[in-house]
Design a protein around this ligand. Structure first.
Ligand code: ATR
Length: 310
């Protein structure tokens, strides 16, 4: 019998890991908790459709043991791994080489094992750019963007990607202002003009409870929720409805539930809305392309995602 979730002791040897399986495990998503991860349902259909006799598994690893688990996967000749909460920061340290953009995003979510080396990438940021383009037919670089939850891991990565894209304006909103300010200090160089005047009003921070939030949100095009508020169906919206206007594009990185209170209120106020399924899809597509260059997994993955989470 194969397992829904594997753990470190299962990596002792290949016979144990592949017991009852038709094909050898060579890819994994590493997280904690990881049982809910849809990644196997995204990747396995593409592996099957492209005739690769490989299995993608879920691997539960507690914080602090990522390095050990990567070493075990390398011994077992894995192709690579996806890394999810809470290991994305630890992964940055655990890699031998990390792509420059992933360093700027502050996290690694995709690892490729290459001749004994661990190469680290981040497909969440570029996946976000693809998702926004697909959902709203606009480019992140052309937008004034408010990232709500810019102090968290997801928020920092998305905000950093917006900075890498040199978006028109970036508003970092967070409950704990100090975290947004620390991020702004790190991202300021991306917004400095050639005349070295500093980021000016292209990069701003606001506390989530700022009385000015409704006013300033009038001057952004895209609002992105990266907080965990909305994951529970009973959660409120992270933003007052007065911040949501008809000209807004509102993207919630949460996809389950499919319509958070934020998206429902934004829709009622006339905004265009989308949830995080497209981010899940595109970060997966980009990861697959890193492991298997030259493949085009998008359409198979899109169908697989629809079936896994209608
Ligand atoms: P991480 O992604 O670093 O693990 P998290 O605890 O999941 O962090 O929180 C992600 C984001 O959601 C953070 O921006 C967090 O705000 P703080 O930096 O102020 O902690 C935000 N967040 C979590 N719960 C929140 C709440 N009830 N109201 C507003 N923001 C919240």
């Amino acid at each position: 019998m194969t397992k829904d979730v594997y753990s470190l002791p299962d990596l002792r040897d290949r016979a144990l890991l592949d017991e009852g399986a038709g094909s050898p495990a060579r890819l994994a998503v590493i997280g904690s908790p990881v049982a809910h991860s849809l990644s196997p349902q995204l990747h396995q259909p593409v592996l099957d459709a492209t005739g690769r006799d490989l299995r993608y598994i879920r691997l539960e690893v507690e914080p602090g043991r990522l390095d050990e688990s990567l070493a075990a996967l390398q011994r077992l000749e894995f192709v690579g791994a996806n890394v999810t909460v809470p290991h994305k920061f630890e992964a940055l340290e655990a890699c031998d080489e990390v792509e420059e953009a992933a360093r700027t995003l502050g996290a690694v979510n995709t690892i490729l094992f290459d001749q004994g080396l661990r190469l680290g990438f981040n497909t969440d940021g570029p996946g976000f750019v693809c998702a926004i383009h697909e959902e709203f037919l606009v480019d992140v670089k052309d937008l004034r963007i408010m990232v709500v939850g810019a102090g968290g891991g997801a928020g920092q990565a998305i905000a950093a990607q917006c900075a890498l894209e040199r978006c028109e304006r970036l508003l970092l909103v967070n409950r704990t202002t100090a975290k947004a300010e620390a991020l702004a200090a790190r991202l300021a160089p991306f917004f400095e003009s050639e005349r070295l005047e500093g980021p000016g009003d292209r990069l701003l921070t606001f506390p989530l409870d700022s009385p000015h939030l409704a006013d300033v949100s009038g001057h952004v095009d895209l609002i992105v929720n990266t907080t965990s508020v909305g994951l529970k169906r009973t959660d409120p919206s992270p933003l007052p409805a007065s911040c949501l206007q008809p000209h807004h594009l509102v993207y919630d990185t949460i996809y389950n539930p499919p319509e958070t209170k934020l998206l429902a209120e934004a829709r009622r106020n006339g905004a265009r809305v989308a949830n995080g399924r497209s981010l899940l899809l595109h970060q997966g597509v980009l990861a697959f392309e890193l492991w298997f260059p030259g493949t085009r997994p998008l359409e198979v993955m899109r169908r697989a995602l629809r079936e896994a989470s209608p």
